[in-house]
Write a protein that binds this ligand. Structure first.
Ligand code: URP
Ligand code: ZN
Ligand code: ZN
Ligand code: ZN
Length: 460
């Protein structure tokens, strides 16, 4: 089943530098990384002029999520194919604990969705919605068994945890060596603002951004970080969308707190004008947190360039335009979320590396090395080194193409970046040593496996 593959003449990218080296893969692993490798019986591929990245990791996807009276357009079968087509060889999805469930039950549910269906490797975070003493007890074993990261929500009726519970979870996670990523938005204020818009008869999409402005996120981040400080626990801010929210992170870091930040391409590349598009176009961008103002994306770019943001994920949570139409008469009924799992690498390369002078090493850290370390799969993943999994992207830096629903792999009938010209492509994608995608098409299906994770390690 395994084929010895030798990639000759490429540039190996890591978080700390570029290296001219050949890469030999066999038996699912990287066997050697050095110049001038000769290997008998290997299939030799000339990758001169190409960049070799460790397979990209998207630590924020929602596949097969039943929410808002519907289910995401992408399940593990379609979502992981989309991931692989763009160079992402591992995703970490959110297994959700519903009220009354144990964490083990939630994991079991997500294994049923994913096992046997995934084309890239995968792990799970656990989203905790029902916090009580028996869940607190259960946590230790969950962490030992390979789920070392969790998600907490400060908004959404079904998922909301109050400040007391957030404090308790963070404190317990600190004890067992887990870490939480937190969705920071102030639920009470969102509810009040929605009521105000409804009272004015404003049920159109333009009201979406009015009900979730930057201070709604910033207040929640500020509060969370005070709570995390009291619990003396590290924490991850997921899908950071605002400059004002980032300011709260800066304050807490000045206080000496250990904080990790994730953002997503949509918050770097789009601005709130998407909520004024004609017709029902703007429903495609109804996500939470909302897409903020241009000044917010400028702050996020600056933070990213200075390495103050650690990971770039997608929050891929796709719904078709027909599903979005459930909210035609009332914006609060539009299922929130957008696709992105396949386009993150090319967007970061095109707009980060080529336009903002982001270094290739930084691209590698944001997409691969940092999520691998933070989520406990390094150096199995996130590195091109002997012994690491043969997850590798042969990146062609010169291909120019136009993003469109026509060439999109995800199971959704729109592309949020339709018509955008980009440069660079995941030309060959290897998963555990086997060619899994070529020129944006998946050639090896359902070979993804579950990856139990360890506790986080230091990023740099
Ligand atoms: O609108 C979004 N992002 N939906 C996904 C759930 C979340 O909060 O991450
Ligand atoms: Zn389902
Ligand atoms: Zn969230
Ligand atoms: Zn999310």
């Amino acid at each position: 089943m395994f084929m010895k593959t030798l990639l000759k003449g490429g540039t190996v990218v890591s978080g700390s530098g570029l290296n001219q080296a050949d890469v030999l893969m066999d038996e699912g692993k990287i066997q050697a990384v050095e110049p001038g490798i000769q290997a008998e019986g290997a299939k030799v591929i000339d990758v001169t002029g190409k960049l070799l990245f460790p397979g990209f990791i998207d630590a924020h996807t929602h596949f097969d999520l039943h929410v808002a009276g519907t289910v995401t357009a992408d399940n593990f079968e379609t979502g992981t194919k989309a991931a692989l087509s763009g160079g992402t060889t591992m995703i970490i999805d959110f297994a959700t604990q519903y009220q009354g469930e144990t964490l083990e039950k939630a994991l079991e549910n997500w294994h049923k969705k994913a096992d046997g269906n995934a084309s890239c490797d995968y792990g799970f975070h656990l989203a905790i919605s029902d916090w009580n003493p028996s869940i607190s007890k259960e946590l230790e074993e969950i962490v030992e068994n390979g789920v070392t990261s969790f998600k907490l929500y400060m908004t959404y009726d079904e998922m909301y945890l109050n400040d007391k519970k957030i404090y308790q979870v963070l404190k317990r996670l600190k004890e067992v060596g887990g870490i939480a990523g937190v969705h920071c938005e102030n639920m009470g204020i969102i509810q009040a603002l929605v009521e105000e818009e409804k009272a004015k008869g404003n049920l159109s999409i333009s009201a979406h951004k009015k009900t979730r402005p930057a201070p709604v996120e910033a207040e929640a981040i500020g509060r969370l970080l005070k709570i995390a400080g009291l619990a003396e626990a590290p924490v991850i801010i997921v899908h950071l969308s605002s400059g004002e929210g980032y300011q709260e992170v800066k304050y807490a870091r000045e206080r000496g707190q250990e904080i990790y930040v994730e953002t997503c391409p949509q918050y770097l590349l789009l601005d709130e004008s998407v909520y004024e598009l004609p017709g029902f176009e703007s429903s495609k961008y109804v996500i939470s947190p909302t897409i903020k103002k241009e000044k917010d994306s400028i702050r996020l770019w600056n933070a990213l360039l200075k390495n103050h943001i650690q990971t770039l994920a997608t929050d891929h949570c796709s719904f078709t335009t027909a599903q979005k139409a459930a909210g035609k008469e009332d914006f609060t009924k539009i299922p929130n979320g957008m696709p992105g799992v396949e386009s993150r690498p090319v967007l970061l390369y095109s707009f980060g590396v080529l336009e903002h002078n982001l270094k290739l090493e930084q691209m590698c850290r944001l997409l691969s090395e940092n999520p691998a370390k933070l989520y406990g799969v390094y150096p199995q993943k996130g590195a091109i080194a002997p012994g690491s999994d043969g997850d590798l992207v042969v990146w062609n830096p010169n291909v120019q193409w136009t993003m469109s629903v026509e060439n999109q792999v995800a199971n959704v009938d729109y592309c949020p970046f339709e018509g955008t010209d980009v440069k660079g492509k995941a030309e060959l994608v290897f998963l555990k040593g086997r060619l899994a995608a070529k020129d944006g098409q998946v050639v090896l299906e359902k070979s993804g496996s579950y990856v139990p994770r360890k506790r986080r390690m230091e990023l740099y």
